[in-house]
Design a protein around this ligand. Structure first.
Ligand code: 9WO
Length: 254
């Protein structure tokens, strides 16, 4: 997987990406990261990358010249990669988007700073504007890091088992995860559910599936519409009353 990032803070990106699963993927060459700092293309002696907004108002805007040069440099190094701008105005990022970029093999991310980037960069160079959700950061770098993490762990061989990231039991079925427990079997008077100690693997799989279905119905009924559900799943959901919940979007906490 090849990822290019246009950022004024390449050291911030590099430092965060040397740890854990992503760090190992980089060491093994499964993730190739290319950072381009617009400041390296600034023309003046102060290496200016921002300017005051036309029309007035507070703050500064990333000026188009250095940023476009950084993005063009990444486009040359990663031909065919979609150019993605991370901002709260974008379409909401999800697992399907992570999978599609992993399958393309490369992506270029623009991490903005200040009050944003000149709109003409979005018009001329950006293929997709993407958001992680309805909140504002100080810049796009932390959003870019989250996206790099989510895409990298989908690259075959990055997680232990080459298929584990894509199996239904590892988050590809569109449901929220089931609860997890480890030792001790009793913690501050709270015991692990007995079924998990039973050794009955079919009963354990059924319990986990039902917990995932119930949690999804309670917290994110919108996800059930796109989820990969079996006939048995639908029988269970009907038994706990999915229809009313999914239609109204209301919670049915007992
Ligand atoms: C800053 C600001 C300051 C005063 C008044 C309004 C303001 N808006 C912004 C702003 O939105 N700055 C952005 C910072 C410019 C683009 C990069 N930044 C960013 C990206 N913040 N949050 C994101 C982001 C990206 C993806 N998903 C969620 C948030």
């Amino acid at each position: 997987m090849k990822v290019g990032v246009a950022t004024l803070f390449p050291e911030l990106m590099d430092g965060a990406l040397e740890h854990g699963v992503v760090g190992r993927a980089k060491t093994k060459g499964q993730l190739e990261l290319t950072l381009a700092n617009p400041r390296d293309w600034a023309a003046d002696k102060h290496r200016t990358v921002d300017d005051r907004p036309f029309g007035g108002g507070p703050g500064m805007v990333m000026t188009p010249g250095p940023l476009s040069a950084a993005v063009e440099s990444l486009k040359t190094q990663l031909p065919g990669a979609p150019v993605v701008y991370l901002s709260p105005q974008g379409a909401v990022f999800d697992q399907a988007k992570a999978q599609s970029w992993q399958q393309l093999g490369s992506v270029i991310l623009i991490a903005g700073r200040y009050e944003g980037i000149d709109e003409r960069i979005i018009d001329q160079l950006v293929d997709e504007e993407v958001s992680l959700g309805d909140f504002v950061l100080s810049g796009g770098e932390f959003a870019a890091l989250a996206i790099i993490d989510s895409v990298t762990r989908l690259v075959p061989g990055v997680l232990g088992d080459p298929n584990s990231a894509l199996e239904d039991s590892f988050g590809d079925d569109g449901l929220l995860d089931c609860p997890h427990y480890t030792r001790p079997d009793s913690y501050q008077g709270h015991d692990v559910p007995a079924v998990l100690m039973s050794g009955d693997h079919k009963a354990i799989a059924r319990w986990r599936r039902q917990q995932a279905l119930q949690k999804t119905r309670d917290r994110r009924p919108d996800l059930l519409e796109k989820a990969k559900l079996t006939a048995e799943d639908n029988v269970f959901l009907t038994s706990i009353g999915v229809c009313e919940t999914a239609k109204s979007g209301a919670s049915t906490k007992e």
